[in-house]
Design a binder for this molecule. Structure first.
Ligand SMILES: *Cc1c(COP(=O)(O)O)cnc(C)c1O
Length: 394
């Protein structure tokens, strides 16, 4: 029996069974659904993309996987070279892993050991209120989402602050000599409720991190590859470590990367074996994942995805403009993400089935009805998503 995620198995509704998926569409036995959430935000090129599928098949004909322990191969070398060129600044050292949560764990290990390798003890992590960084233990600890992780309350190594500059300055004032890093989902906090904040906060964070030699980590597992309307938020403010996942492989296979700058890498690069980064997921640098990621980045650039995302943002703003109702608390849009926040989660009960019957797959959570659409979506499909959302209220 399958044990499904985030569900009380006793009361969960039957999941919709998908028989086929193509472009933005999911096919069930009786409905063709527009996937408004890109399969947990990763399927940016849409399903069954002919070029991605071909890249995968071609690599599979060659070999599917060899480990990176003592071995290397063309797809992983090409992908790390491509990321080096594609990512801003000196984010040049790419550590691969199999999921976003693990890539976050790796970034936190890097930050801790960056200090111990230099003989410094700095046990604390600074993080944001409402943060979500994955479901493994340390990722949960730096996360701040009662609704996901209420069963695990131990939080000794992390200080959480709101996205406000005075709180940021106060935290650095108080803890700067104990902090090894500040980890954030930059500009857009996804699973915490599609919360959006200003770039000023990150600019100030960069200054303070420089001043006190605290590493700045951007968890762009959700925001990377255009979701905020920027290729990466790292294009605006440069972190020391960038974490990528989800859209990295266009949603085809689980893979992730923790990308460090020269300063971080150099703290590990020495004649002392004990300074090495002791981590190595079995499937890191998987050849199928690398081949698909490479093709995905090529398409992202070639087909000018940034202008597609800008257009999605414009249509989203236009379609949601003026939407108000006593039950709605806030409506917000950033890049390829739109969110309608209600006051009471009960307001959204039944919406998923309502949307299903109208040909849209939505997955509202808590008080949030949202879209994170595949970038290849057409205007009429996008408008249908927003019409469905609006008709729930009117
Ligand atoms: C989804 C997500 C993760 C976890 O990624 P997985 O691949 O599910 O482990 C980490 N950080 C952020 C910001 C995410 O949205």
């Amino acid at each position: 029996m399958i044990w499904y995620p985030y569900e009380q198995m006793k009361t969960m509704r039957q999941p919709y069974k998908i028989l086929d998926a193509n472009g933005v569409y999911l096919q069930t036995h009786d409905q063709k659904l527009i996937d408004s959430v890109s399969s947990w935000w990763c399927m940016i090129h849409g399903y069954k993309h002919p070029e991605l599928t071909a890249a995968l098949k071609k690599q599979a004909d060659n070999f599917c996987h060899v480990m990176l322990g003592g071995l290397t191969h063309e797809p992983v070398q090409q992908l790390s070279a491509k990321l080096q060129e594609f990512l801003p600044g000196d984010l040049d050292y790419c550590f691969f892993s199999d999921s976003g949560s693990v890539a976050v764990e790796v970034s936190l290990k890097m930050a801790l050991q960056y200090n111990t390798n230099q003989g410094r003890k700095r046990p604390l992590v600074l993080a944001l209120e409402h943060a979500y960084h994955g479901d493994t233990f340390k990722a949960m600890e730096v996360g701040d989402d009662e609704d996901y992780h209420f069963a695990f309350e131990e939080k000794s190594g992390v200080v959480h602050i709101p996205t406000q500059i005075p709180a940021l300055e106060a935290a650095f004032e108080q803890y700067h000599d104990q902090l090894n890093c500040f980890i954030v989902e930059p500009l857009l906090q996804g699973a915490g409720g599609m919360l959006m904040y200003n770039i000023d906060f990150l600019q100030r964070a960069r200054q303070l991190c420089d001043e006190y030699d605290v590493l700045l980590i951007f968890d762009e597992v959700a925001t990377g590859f255009g979701r905020t309307g920027n290729r990466f938020v790292a294009d605006l403010v440069l972190p020391d470590i960038l974490v990528l996942g989800k859209a990295l492989t266009g949603g085809y296979i689980g893979h992730a990367a923790t990308v460090a700058n020269h300063k971080v890498f150099n703290a590990f690069y020495s004649d002392n074996d004990r300074h090495a980064l002791m981590h190595g997921p079995t499937f890191m640098g998987n050849a199928l994942a690398c081949a698909v990621a490479l093709k995905g980045i090529e398409i992202f650039e070639r087909d000018d995805y940034m202008s597609k995302i800008q257009h999605i943002e414009e249509v989203s703003r236009r379609e949601l403009a003026g939407l108000s109702d006593p039950r709605i608390k806030d409506v917000r849009v950033m890049g390829g993400c739109a969110c309608i926040e209600v006051y009471d989660s009960a307001t959204l009960e039944g919406f998923q089935q309502f949307a299903y019957e109208r040909g849209v797959f939505c997955r509202p959570f808590l008080r949030y009805m949202y879209s994170m659409v595949p970038y290849i979506i057409k205007d009429d499909e996008l408008i249908k998503i927003f019409d469905t959302m609006k008709s729930w209220f009117f």
